[in-house]
Design a protein around this ligand. Structure first.
Ligand SMILES: *Cc1c(COP(=O)(O)O)cnc(C)c1O
Length: 350
């Protein structure tokens, strides 16, 4: 490969730090106590790469993998012949055959249960999304029922009262399902409510070193797994009064050096990130002007062209970009477009 092709392929790159992932798995296993840790790797492991994440999670003692869809489960089965894989969302009509052949376990939200699967009864204890009633669950005592589950609507919110109500409803029902795996906790509940553990906990976001509470993950003993880097492709001097980008939303009050970074909203660096901070070299600097589809501008000191720019990682947290955008950290990593033409993906272990 020639240098120019290599450079062309690397507008930006994401690095997945498997050492950080291992440390988060251990942290969550400790938080889970006697309960099993199940690794939630839906949506390509929240943008981190499902196969690598699943492999490390299983190596570190996770007892099962959870995905949202049957095709996600089928794809994982190709790499993990023996792992327990649970599809938490409903199957789309027509998926039963390959889901069965892939030996997936399924969550069912209605009393009609397709045959030939290990089944987890998904009960709506207050999430108001997929899930059957407690009465329906109680009427379904069948041999193929291996699990009882529910999902919490507010485990990450300061007011605990609704989560506690849901846990009480689940607890009552769980007493009637002795002998099946009972699971309700997501990351937030695992870290916050010891009595939400039951037999297994289903952790996603915290595995990735992201805080389910939107604050600094270090406060929960978690390390971010994903970092995202690019570089200053071009530096330029804006004279006083000149602007950069669509809509002229940044105007230089005095002569100002800016750097153009070849990453934009098509890569997942969202258009609302004007004003966010990134690292130019080691220095925090402000994103200025409107983010374009394929590039954005950053204020510069005297950093030369080619200086690395860190969009996420080394202390630039997904949580702070989420705050700038009025969203949650989940959406930041899920939104990065990893491909040969955009963000290239690298994996580091140890
Ligand atoms: C996504 C999901 C989880 C994991 O939630 P986190 O907040 O990422 O830990 C757990 N259970 C269900 C049913 C989910 O859909």
């Amino acid at each position: 490969m020639t240098t120019s092709i290599q450079r062309a392929a690397r507008r930006s790159e994401i690095t997945i730090d498997l050492g950080a992932l291992r440390s988060n798995v251990r942290r969550l296993r400790a938080a889970a106590g006697e309960a099993e840790l199940w690794a939630v790797v839906k949506a390509d492991a929240y943008g981190h790469g499902a196969v690598d994440v699943a492999r490390v999670a299983l190596e570190e003692g996770a007892a099962a993998l959870c995905v949202a869809t049957a095709p996600e489960g089928e794809a994982l089965r190709a790499s993990f012949a023996d792992a327990r894989i649970l599809v938490m969302g409903p199957l789309v009509p027509g998926e039963e055959t390959f889901a069965r052949e892939s030996r997936l376990e399924i969550a069912v939200s209605r009393p009609e249960i397709p045959g030939g699967f290990p089944v987890h009864l998904k009960v709506d204890t207050g999430m108001g999304r997929y899930g059957m009633t407690e009465e329906e669950a109680l009427s379904l005592s069948r041999d193929d029922v291996v699990g009882l589950m529910s999902h919490l609507a507010t485990a990450d919110e300061p007011d605990e009262s609704f989560a506690r109500e849901q846990l009480e409803r689940f607890e009552k029902l769980a007493e009637r399902f002795d002998g099946v795996v009972r699971h309700v906790a997501n990351s937030a509940a695992t870290l916050r409510f010891p009595d939400a553990r039951f037999d297994a906990v289903r952790c996603g976001v915290a595995l990735y070193g992201l805080s389910p509470f939107g604050n600094d993950p270090a406060e929960h003993g978690l390390e971010p797994v994903l970092s995202w880097r690019s570089h200053v492709a071009q530096a330029k001097e804006l004279p006083a009064g000149a602007s950069t980008g669509y809509g002229r939303r940044f105007r230089a009050e005095r002569p100002t050096r800016i750097g153009l970074v070849p990453v934009g909203y098509a890569d997942g660096f969202r258009r609302g990130l004007t004003g966010a901070e990134v690292l130019v070299g080691e220095t925090r600097r402000r994103v200025v002007g409107t983010i374009s589809m394929d590039s954005f501008a950053v204020e510069l000191g005297d950093e030369p062209e080619g200086t690395p720019v860190t969009l996420l990682g080394d202390g630039i947290l997904a949580e702070e970009h989420a705050r700038t955008l009025g969203t949650i950290n989940y959406e930041i990593t899920c939104g990065i477009r990893v491909s040969a033409e955009r963000a290239e993906r690298k994996v580091r272990d140890g």
